[in-house]
Design a protein around this ligand. Structure first.
Ligand code: G3P
Length: 216
């Protein structure tokens, strides 16, 4: 399973890229809004330069023509850009056109297996089920992800599944167990994935013992 970073913060992306573990980035209007004062296109271009992999940038128009206009503008900025589009009738109509133009799409705000199936049929490159937000409703986000993975495997659909709205490392583990193609994780969750008390304790012990070796 690939790991993407779910952020628009270039400092976080730079750090995670240096760690060698992320291969893409996803953003959304809420994440862009957190980078107040910066131009949307400039942020996206800078992120593309850092990650050198797929970078999802969201179109906010609700009509087909508007989505297509935004998508073409964004796609022209950098070949790494993937257009994030919510799963609506107009959204999927736009996905179909963009797919025929070779512009990659990430169908977002997916909360059910049937929405994911529709996105795949329309030609989406990626589909993003929001695991955490499904959990928030009392339903199990992992069950929805499992159904999507089953359906996509049953019919060998080429659309890749990005487990999104990841809130904690357990979500990442569940996504990997279910063979999601990608999990997009917030920086805080990524850092938590490194941590284990026995690793910290082990390093302390090794260093203490090494001191004894040096001192003889
Ligand atoms: O990847 C989607 C993500 O940004 C939404 O996360 O925590 O707002 O549900 P959250």
């Amino acid at each position: 399973m690939e790991i993407y970073l779910d952020t628009a913060n270039v400092d976080e992306i730079r750090e995670a890229v240096d760690w060698g573990v992320i291969s893409g980035v996803t953003t959304n209007p809420t994440l862009i809004a957190k980078e107040s004062g910066r131009d949307f296109h400039e942020i996206i271009k800078e992120i593309c330069g850092l990650v050198q992999g797929p970078v999802s940038a969201e179109a906010v128009s609700l009509d087909v023509e508007g989505i297509l206009r935004e998508a073409r503008e964004l796609a022209a900025l950098n070949p790494h850009i993937v257009i994030k589009i919510p799963v609506t009738e107009n959204g999927l109509a736009a996905v179909k056109v963009l797919s025929s133009e070779g512009i990659r799409t990430n169908v977002t705000l997916v909360f059910s297996p049937l929405q994911a199936l529709l996105a795949a049929r329309a030609g989406a490159t990626y589909v993003s089920p929001f695991i955490g937000r499904i959990d928030d409703t009392g339903q199990d986000g992992s069950d929805v992800l499992a159904d999507i993975m089953d359906i996509f495997r049953n019919y060998q659909l080429e659309t890749k599944v990005i487990a999104a709205s990841i809130r904690h490392p357990r979500h990442v583990l569940e996504a990997a167990r279910l063979r999601a193609d990608i999990a997009t994780v917030p920086f805080k969750v990524l850092k938590t994935m490194f941590r284990h008390p026995l690793t910290d304790h082990g390093i302390e012990r090794f260093l203490a013992d090494w001191e004894k070796v040096i001192k003889g």
